[in-house]
Design a protein around this ligand. Structure first.
Ligand code: AMP
Ligand code: DBH
Length: 559
């Protein structure tokens, strides 16, 4: 069975790999070795707090290794891919590090993913097993897992955290750690992370031990994470930001404590920060705004008491506007660290000692002195600092290609440079300010959604002739999803029908359009057939103009 698997690989040219090693970025440590090291080095210290439950590094390492060994006893082999769909729980880390220990390759799905995404990720990765909860946020994950076992060829097991029913209990898998294999090649692929995707479905991002672990310890240095830190995992831990910037994995690398937040809302999160003494956490901009507003409402003394331990707040995943960024220090009493990263690699941070203007007006500069950045105009020529252009990058932890995506690789990689799709300005200091996106994806509160993917779902509706999906700037979400729908002749459609239909497609709820508009035609002004890209841009312009006119009218009425 293993032999028919498409291998997962990620290779840099020999000269660059040699350079990255010589410079000390790639240190040859692997995740199974890291697990043994932290289990021994920090044995008695607490690795995780989840509600009233705490787990030491020693117990964490032992449980993860037993799980990995149990999988080998069950007939799984190094190189096998296993999908993990778990929320912010210690089980996530038992699963991921257990797979590492056994040489198996985790594929990280998000808790919000539904049947469509899970089936795609299972097929694309050729997963042989999946690990999920019985239920989470009212969704029957065990039910979905049972369905997947029927449908996906090669999927042999679903391991359930919680009530397993007819499936296999995650806790029942335990073997003898003495049977674990030797450590893998540090330059081999450790796991498959997923991209938000600008066209179609999510792509799989193969990350190696060497490259990812470099991003962890280097992030720790930049963000001041040491074994005395307490990292608050507020966003889903499967997100690359929460995982590695510096995230839970960075915290574990340092022997710090990870506090798993059951909810990001201020009423629950603020008391937990106080109770656990959280020193650093990361949020997407809409949540940061929610925290800022709540803290202001609660008043200075109360906020100061709740957030006294919090030293650093990372904000990233989407653009954080300077006017919001300026409020962080006075309102929350901690240092803002902006982070502009991507699961494909490159991560930029403002530095803790950057001046106020740099912290509030830029999204940081790259982690590594050997992160190479190019900012190009539409014709591919470099632009001067201060001029917006397309961001391309390559470096010691940026991938050279997606797994099994020849067409996307053709589009997104050029001579080893990753075309990020972001439009940025570079400042002489090397700091970048994100201006927008070249491509057609929507960044909705940090979740990246492909316009094309949503359009594909909408046109599957039997009464829809065509659909165009665009992103609209939104005060709360950053961007929201607007869908323009052209019904088939004689078909009466309502927004509620479309919402229901999206649910029936079993896709992550965050992909359902926030705004649905019905139209009687598209692009009448253009000569011949216009491109989707142009059409999306035109429709977006129309909405923006209409909104501006509406705002002017309201202003005039006030006068
Ligand atoms: P992904 O490739 O799915 O991991 O998403 C990464 C993308 O998120 C980047 O290419 C940016 O478009 C966006 N992003 C991440 N952080 C920021 C930020 N701080 N400001 C603006 N955009 C961001
Ligand atoms: O949005 C992202 O993907 C992201 C944001 C901040 C990321 O991957 C990261 C930091 O590492």
């Amino acid at each position: 069975m293993t032999s028919s698997l498409l291998p997962v690989t990620q290779t840099w040219p020999d000269d660059l790999a040699a350079l990255y090693k010589a410079r000390g970025y790639w240190r040859g440590e692997t995740f199974p070795a890291m697990l043994r090291r932290i289990g021994a080095q920090h044995g008695d210290r607490i690795a995780f707090s989840e509600g009233a439950r705490q787990e030491s590094y020693r117990d964490f390492a032992a449980r993860a290794q037993a799980f990995g060994a149990g999988l080998l006893e069950r007939g799984y082999a190094p190189g096998d891919r296993v999908l993990i769909q778990l929320g912010n729980s210690i089980a996530f880390f038992h699963a991921a590090f257990g797979l590492f220990a056994a040489g198996l390759v985790p594929v990280y799905a998000l808790p919000a993913h539904r049947r469509t995404e899970i089936a795609h990720l299972l097929r694309k990765s050729q997963a042989v097993a999946m690990i999920t909860h019985d239920r989470l946020d009212g969704f029957d994950h065990a039910g979905l897992a049972a369905q997947m076992l029927e449908e996906i060829p090669g999927l042999r097991d679903a391991f359930i955290v919680g009530e397993a029913g007819a499936l296999t209990g995650f806790d029942s898998i335990a073997g003898d750690p003495a049977t674990l294999p030797e450590d893998p090649d540090p330059q081999s692929v450790a796991f498959l992370q997923i991209s938000g995707g600008s066209t179609g479905m999510s792509k799989l991002i193969p990350r190696t031990h060497d490259d990812y672990i470099y991003s962890l310890w280097a992030s720790n240095e930049i963000c001041g994470v040491t074994e005395d830190s307490v990292y608050g995992a507020v966003l889903p831990v499967a997100h690359n930001f929460t995982m590695s910037s510096p995230g839970c994995y960075g915290a574990l690398y340092a022997g710090a404590r990870v506090v798993l937040f059951p909810s990001p809302v201020p009423d629950a999160a603020f008391p937990l920060i106080r109770q656990e003494g959280v020193t650093i956490t990361g949020l997407v901009p809409p949540l940061a705004l929610l925290w800022l507003d709540a803290a202001e409402k609660a008043g200075g003394a109360r906020t100061a008491r709740d957030l006294a331990s919090l030293k650093v707040l990372l904000v990233g995943g989407a653009k954080f506007l300077p006017e919001s960024a300026r409020r962080v220090k006075p309102v929350l009493g901690c240092t803002l660290q902006q982070v502009f990263g991507m699961a494909e690699g490159l991560v930029n941070y403002t530095r803790l000692d950057d001046d106020e203007a740099t912290i509030t007006q830029t999204q940081g500069r790259p982690i590594s002195p050997d992160d190479e950045v190019r900012v190009l105009d539409d014709a591919g020529n470099p632009v001067a600092d201060g001029t917006p252009g397309h961001l391309l990058t390559r470096g010691p932890y940026t991938i050279r290609g997606y797994h099994d995506e020849p067409a996307a690789n053709e589009r997104s990689f050029e001579d080893g440079w990753y075309r990020t799709g972001d439009i940025v300005i570079r400042h002489p200091s090397g700091h970048l300010t994100v201006q927008g996106r070249a491509g057609d994806h929507i960044n909705r509160a940090g979740e990246k959604i492909s316009a094309e993917e949503v359009e594909d779902h909408l046109v599957a509706h039997p009464a829809v002739l065509d659909a165009v999906v665009v992103s609209i700037p939104d005060a709360k979400l950053g961007e929201r999803i607007a869908a323009f729908i052209l019904p088939k002749e004689g078909q009466a459609l309502r927004a509620v029908d479309i919402r229901k239909f999206m649910r029936s497609r079993q896709v992550a709820p965050f992909k359902t359009p926030d705004e649905i508009r019905f139209v009687t035609g598209f692009g009448t002004t253009a000569v011949g057939k216009i491109s989707r890209k142009t059409l999306r841009a035109e429709l977006r312009e129309e909405v923006l103009k209409a909104e501006a006119a509406e705002a002017r009218k309201t202003e005039e009425e006030k006068i």
